[in-house]
Design a protein around this ligand. Structure first.
Ligand SMILES: [Zn+2]
Length: 111
């Protein structure tokens, strides 16, 4: 696992650390496992990034949209219902799912 310079992990939730650990085999097999954002960066006003409940993965090594979708599918299968895997223009975004929030509460409201 690699972490891009400047990425902030302070306050990252256990649920996200567990996701990072569980996807390691998939991402290493894909050719690169680089986390490009956790609590840092600029995201939507209601983003789970700000409460340590989301992270981004580099995808440029995958080269084609088809490879990105294929890896995203593997990530969804491995991560299960507690997470959402969203393919963005130049990265894959992973955050806690509505099901996780229903069970555990919305960390944006208690943070
Ligand atoms: Zn993101």
């Amino acid at each position: 696992m690699n972490v891009k310079d400047g990425v902030l992990f302070n306050g990252v939730r256990g649920v996200i650390l567990r996701a990072m650990a569980s996807i390691e085999p998939i991402m290493e097999a894909s050719g690169e496992f680089t986390i490009t954002s956790v609590k840092d960066g600029t995201h939507g006003p209601n983003s789970f990034h700000y409460v340590g409940c989301a992270f981004d993965l580099r995808t440029r090594h995958l080269q084609t949209p088809e490879r990105v979708e294929s890896v995203a599918k593997e990530l969804r299968e491995t991560l299960g219902n507690s997470y959402q895997v969203i393919v963005e223009k130049d990265h894959i975004h992973i955050e806690i799912s509505p099901q996780w929030v229903a069970l555990n509460g919305d960390p944006r409201k208690v943070a």
